[in-house]
Design a protein around this ligand. Structure first.
Ligand SMILES: Nc1ncnc2c1ncn2[C@@H]1O[C@H](COP(=O)(O)OP(=O)(O)OP(=O)(O)O)[C@@H](O)[C@H]1O
Ligand SMILES: [Mg+2]
Length: 304
């Protein structure tokens, strides 16, 4: 499987996910890579960091570097439209049972955000498959973990649905065969659709577990709360077989050369971003920061 590497920036609120994603993106673009930075956080920060209004449609910040901010509500509408279309197509014969009523309920079901984000993510992967790096500024921890768990969780449901559907088909065919004396039947549409989805989620699951394609960066600060949340993220990801690629020890105080981080993270590569007295806002400030920390970034990884 070729294609771009996905970099995900996770961490407790305010630790510097958006800033780290912006810095790393500019760094990679300056090195000549094609980079797309996408904010999947509904409370977007990239517009403020780059002092430019972004939208769903990526805009160019510098050659080879694009930025977009996902419109979550629009993606929820797209997702619902898609579900509506699929239901109508597959169960057209059930109109008598007032399908619209069920659809009204789906609109309020929990979990729509992660389905919408996944849809946006897949569209980006498809449209920018020729890029080198797709950088994702992630939403708050709870939603980010739901996003990563979505493929595994959906696969559990899908296995049950497949078994159920096969049972239905078997019974139905038995009855029809008696009626039509063993005529050939076309393949079941519903079964096809479920199998198609299984393939899609299996591919996503494999991609998230594949350390060549998925690099999860966990951003943390020198404070207890961000450490505690980072540990929870680390464990939650491990449960779904997703490994951390690197921690980013951000806002490192000037008097500390190395991070005092939890032994759990020992052995995991770590990037050090010192505390910047100059606000990390605007392209030229980001570039200045990168220049001042070139040595650290060139080495990529600083193990303490
Ligand atoms: N290395 C740094 N030095 C100084 N200030 C920093 C550094 N990194 C980030 N900041 C500042 O910290 C604040 C939070 O950063 P940022 O918005 O990137 O965090 P976040 O994790 O994306 O927050 P949110 O959870 O709200 O999305 C911002 O004011 C940002 O400019
Ligand atoms: Mg942010």
């Amino acid at each position: 499987m070729k294609g771009p590497t996905n970099l995900f920036f996770m961490g407790k609120g305010g630790v510097g996910k958006s800033t780290s994603a912006a810095l790393t993106s500019v760094f990679l673009a300056q090195k000549g890579h094609r980079v797309l930075l996408v904010s999947l956080d509904p409370a977007h920060n990239q517009s403020d960091i780059f002092e430019k209004t972004f939208s769903d449609k990526p805009s160019e910040m510098m050659p080879r570097f694009l930025v977009a901010e996902i419109d979550q509500d629009a993606w929820i509408r797209t997702y619902l439209k898609d579900v509506h279309h699929q239901i109508n197509k597959t169960y057209a014969y059930l109109t008598a049972f007032n399908l619209e009523k069920y659809f009204d309920v789906i609109k309020h079901s929990p979990g729509l955000e992660e389905y919408a984000l996944m849809l946006a993510f897949e569209k980006i992967r498809k449209n920018y498959s020729h890029f080198d790096y797709l950088m994702f500024d992630m939403p708050p921890t709870a939603l980010s973990l739901k996003f990563f768990s979505l493929p595994s969780l959906s696969l559990v449901w899908i296995e049950h649905l497949l078994a159920l559907r096969r049972e239905i088909i078997e019974k139905r065919e038995l009855i029809t065969k008696i009626k039509l004396l063993g005529k050939e039947f076309e393949r079941d549409k519903v079964l096809n659709k479920i199998e198609e989805q299984r393939k899609q989620y299996q591919a996503l699951k494999e991609m998230f577990e594949d350390t060549l394609h998925t690099h999860v960066f966990l951003v943390l600060n020198p404070d207890k709360l961000s450490h505690a949340e980072s540990l929870r993220i680390f464990n939650a990801l491990r449960q779904i077989n997703i490994k951390l690629y690197s921690t980013i020890y951000n806002k490192r105080p000037a008097n500390k050369s190395c991070a005092q981080i939890d032994p759990v993270f020992a052995g995991i590569p770590m990037l050090n971003f010192p505390y910047s007295e100059t606000p990390l806002i605007g392209m030229s400030n980001l570039q200045q920061f990168l220049k001042a920390n070139e040595e650290v970034l060139e080495k990529q990884i600083t193990v303490c």
